[in-house]
Design a protein around this ligand. Structure first.
Ligand code: MIC
Length: 660
């Protein structure tokens, strides 16, 4: 029988398949060659590795980046950095110190390799699909499990082939292309899908353009994104001094895709996502003329040298509007050094830019919060309400060209109307490459002697109770569609320093929508817990485990929604919380806040099948279903992922004991 023709996604999945079949919707186990951790979620990974008693990570490469929590207003973030350095050394993980840059572009520069797989404790891990990697974001507990040598468990996605034709016109860049897709398909358009770009237009996009597009596949809710590995990929690796890491990856000639779409790059125009969702996309010309208080360049969504060089060339010899804060956030030390050498940083400074340190910074509210109700134009990936650190924010997402044109005029401006000649950005001829900026971990013998250094804010993970047999829980919150993890466990400089202290960060849960929730929830802790009811795509956005562990610590036992975002749906059972969806979504209307939901015989019922009867006390019964695999049911019955892993270890120790 002739071998089946595979697209690139299927080739990558097939070459990493540990168990399962390439049948969409079925659970597959994937071998992960590499792992990426960032500090805001890495502390949970390290605490989990400690709780699991792991000696050394089992992936080929694992890297801990420190890029998110860089503001050191007191001891907390600084203590986390020290803890992460000690834990990285202890567990055999490379450590990228603060100032080296954002995990996604730096990983691409230093470790990315076509054909390899990568798991990351960050939803934008998919950015590495730009190099032809199978790169998947996951919750911190799942990442810890992979580091301990388990495959990554995901549902086999459908493959969404997007054919690119044409070439981006002047003033239109990769960000406009991904905004076009968000306009067409919304923030849940990629659920259950892996996006694969193909067609003649792909060759016109550089590896860094592809990074922009792959990164924001997360905003479409997709499992991941992949590009083929071609001459652009080779060129990128060659420029990084790693030409030997290149291999070609192309779809088989007769392969097919489960879904189709097409974009003619030549027809695109500058787009912008209005507040406060990445899919609220319109043409820049439709909102032109509105004033702004901030123009922000940087983040993992626009990390390339060209993005900063473009801004620099546009403002060369000019001054930005005096009422605009022009915030430049370099994304990697290497990019910054090249910008300095080529003189571009000088252009930006001269024009009035504020130069921030290399890292994620204001992207998730670690500084640079905009003024109340004033428009902020950002090249970042997300603009969920309040994410900037100001509850009353008004954040737009756009390309560096649009942000810079608007900074110059003081009004939202289509870059084609800025009156600036189109700058031709050329990559540096002999780029500076920082090959040794990340030292390798010590060898095993030395690593085992390293002690974890925990500051006073670092607390062990809370213990989680096994699933109860009777749930009788009040609904403490009833929420709408597309609730993001930024709503569940807010970002921003107030809350983020508590990322290594689940018990404390719990007090911030949902406080941007209802600041009475933490106290009301805490009161249910000893009394059987509580439930949350929500609409579609609950838990979209970040992979942050705090969005499950923290409400779980406050007594959250059940989330009943119309649908879940991918990573959050995996994080819920890992934190011992039961996810359920409505069988009839109109039943959503039947439940009000403070209603009590009852499920009897729960332990047996979740294991027996995926349908459950939920009684709305004093009203009626409705049908719900759980999306759990057999493994996830076991995890829930055990009281979350760590207890489950421990119980399995216990079982294998017992087996070894009897066999001896
Ligand atoms: C984000 O862009 O939302 C973050 C901040 O990078 C998160 C990680 C986090 O919550 O720390 C993500 O993308 O997963």
């Amino acid at each position: 029988m002739p071998a089946r023709s595979l697209n690139v996604s299927q080739q990558l999945i097939a070459s990493h398949l540990v168990f399962g079949r390439l049948v969409p919707g079925e659970e597959v186990g994937l071998r992960m060659d590499q792992a990426l951790l960032q500090d805001a979620l890495g502390t949970i990974v390290m605490l989990a590795l400690e709780a699991m008693g792991l000696d050394r990570v089992k992936t080929e490469v694992a890297v801990q980046y420190v890029d998110h929590n860089l503001l050191q207003t007191d001891y907390k973030n600084a203590d986390d950095h020290v803890f992460l350095m000690s834990a990285a050394q202890r567990f055999g993980i490379w450590y990228s110190r603060p100032g080296n840059g954002i995990s996604h572009p730096v990983h691409m520069e230093r470790f990315g390799r076509p054909g390899k797989s990568l798991v990351g404790s960050d939803s934008h891990t998919c950015a590495a699909g730009s190099l032809g990697m199978l790169a998947i974001g996951a919750g911190s507990l799942d990442v810890a499990t992979v580091l301990a040598g388990e495959p990554l468990h995901v549902r086999m996605p459908e493959v969404w082939g997007i054919k690119l034709t044409g070439r981006l016109p002047e003033w239109v860049s990769a960000k406009d292309m991904i905004l076009e897709l968000l306009q067409r398909h919304s923030v849940d358009g990629g659920l259950g899908r892996m996006i694969e770009y193909y067609g003649p237009g792909v060759a016109t996009l550089s590896a860094m353009d592809r990074h922009v597009i792959a990164n924001m596949g997360a905003e479409l809710g997709a499992t991941t994104t992949v590009f083929p590995s071609d001459h652009q990929t080779r060129d990128f690796l060659h420029r990084e001094g790693r030409g030997e890491d290149w291999m070609e990856l192309a779809p088989d000639p007769d392969c097919s895709y489960d879904h189709h779409d097409e974009i003619n790059l030549s027809k695109l125009e500058p787009l912008i996502a209005k507040p406060s969702s990445p899919d609220n996309v319109v043409k820049v010309r439709d909102v032109a003329g509105q004033p702004l208080c901030q123009a922000y360049i940087g983040s993992s969504a626009n990390p390339g040298y060209r993005d900063f060089a473009m801004a620099a060339l546009m403002v060369r010899g000019k001054q930005v509007d005096p009422e605009v804060s022009f915030d430049i956030n370099p994304t990697s030390r290497e990019t910054l050094e090249n910008l300095v050498r080529e003189g571009f940083l000088g252009d930006l400074i001269h024009a009035g830019a504020r130069i921030h340190q290399t890292g994620c910074n204001g992207c998730n509210g670690m500084g640079q919060a905009p003024a109340t109700g004033r428009n902020s134009l950002r090249t970042t990936p997300r603009n969920f309400p309040g994410r900037s650190g100001n509850k009353e924010d008004s954040v737009f997402l756009c390309s560096p060209e649009t942000a810079t044109a608007s900074a110059l005029s003081g009004k939202i401006t289509d870059p084609r109307d800025a009156g600036v000649p189109y700058p031709k950005v050329r990559l540096p001829r002999n780029p500076i490459v920082l090959g040794n900026s990340i030292p390798p971990p010590p060898p095993p013998g030395e690593a085992l002697k390293v002690k974890l250094v925990k500051g006073p804010n670092i607390s062990s993970l809370p213990t989680i109770a096994p699933l109860a047999d009777l749930l009788e829980v009040p609904v403490l919150l009833k929420l709408g569609d597309d609730v993001s993890t930024d709503t569940i466990s807010p970002a921003g400089a107030r809350a983020l320093p508590f990322r290594s202290n689940v018990q404390r960060i719990a007090d911030f849960s949902f406080d941007t929508v209802d600041d009475t929730y933490p106290e009301r929830a805490r009161a249910t802790r000893g009394a059987g817990g509580h439930a949350i009811v929500a609409g579609m795509n609950y838990g979209q956005g970040s992979s942050r485990e705090h969005a499950t562990l923290a409400p779980g610590f406050l007594g959250l036992r059940l989330v009943l929604s119309k649908s879940f975002a991918r990573i959050h749906a995996q994080n819920l059972p890992n934190a011992g919380i039961l996810p359920l969806t409505f069988v009839n979504s109109s039943d959503f209307e039947a439940i009000q806040q403070n209603d009590v939901l009852i499920i009897r015989g729960l332990r047996e019922a979740v294991a027996a099948g995926n349908r459950l009867i939920v009684e709305i006390k004093g009203k009626r019964r409705i049908e719900a279903r759980h999306p759990l695999t057999a493994r996830q049911v076991d995890i829930l019955l055990c009281g979350g992922l760590i207890s489950w892993l421990r119980s399995r270890e216990g079982a294998s120790v017992a087996r070894e004991g009897t066999s001896g």
